[in-house]
Ligand binder design. Structure first.
Ligand code: SF4
Ligand code: SF4
Length: 218
């Protein structure tokens, strides 16, 4: 994810927000591959670095940020070491970008902030108005489900939190136009896609800009 290190939230110069604590309640995630990462860093970056140079354990971290709930959560350790003495409390490997970008932990490789996810999802659909439907529909723009039009039904939140402490989104949907794609091909990948779109749609609810399908038939 080279590209994401350059303009967090789309702002030039806003660099590596996920590598800083600042005033956020924030740990990028548990470093599950700590031993492997330490070995890679010692081999390719600095052979003298130790586990404690790279990571913070619960005993230390819970005292370092007593007011931040994430730092009181044992499940988020070991954490990447941060430097509270520096502006924004950056990760020890942050210096105008990640100094160990090519060998960083899985948790850093896999992390995508919601802004990045939204940015990718936003390119995948358009709002569609159709005279035959009584609500705004969604049209998929590209990929396997290009041309499919659907609408959401009842949306609610599940009662039990997931592993990240979030309440899962539950929703019904109705395919208005399958664009010739057989129904049996609408599996988990379609469901996951329209789930991501729904999150963004809910964020955008107040700024809907419907596109009239009849004027957009090319
Ligand atoms: S994942 Fe998001 S917060 Fe982190 S560097 Fe990329 S754009 Fe910035
Ligand atoms: S290892 Fe690199 S990507 Fe991960 S938090 Fe530190 S500076 Fe950011």
């Amino acid at each position: 994810m080279n590209y994401c290190m350059e303009q967090c939230q789309g702002l030039k110069g806003n660099n590596g927000e996920c590598c800083h604590i600042r005033d956020k309640n924030w740990i990028i995630g548990k470093v599950k591959d700590d031993k492997e990462l330490l070995a890679r860093v010692q081999k390719e970056y600095d052979k003298n670095l130790t586990w404690n140079d790279l990571f913070i354990d619960y005993d230390e971290g819970s005292k370092m940020f007593p007011d931040k709930p994430d730092w009181q959560n044992k499940d988020l350790y070991p954490a990447m070491r941060v430097r509270p003495e520096l502006e924004g409390s950056p990760c020890v490997f942050f210096d105008n970008g990640c100094k160990i970008h090519d060998i960083k932990s899985d948790v850093c490789k896999e992390y995508k902030c919601q802004w990045l996810v939204n940015k990718e999802v936003r390119d995948k659909f358009v709002y569609v108005e159709s005279k035959s439907q009584n609500q705004t529909c969604i049209g998929i723009k590209g990929g396997k489900f290009a041309g499919v039009v659907y609408k959401y039904g009842k949306v609610s939140f599940g009662k039990e939190e997931d592993e990240n402490g979030n309440l899962p989104l539950q929703f019904q949907y109705d395919i208005v136009d399958n664009n010739g794609i057989p129904r049996e091909q609408f599996g988990d990948d379609f469901f996951n896609l329209i789930g991501d779109i729904l999150v963004l749609v809910m964020e955008e609810q107040t700024k809907y800009e419907p596109i009239n399908r009849e004027n957009n038939s090319n």
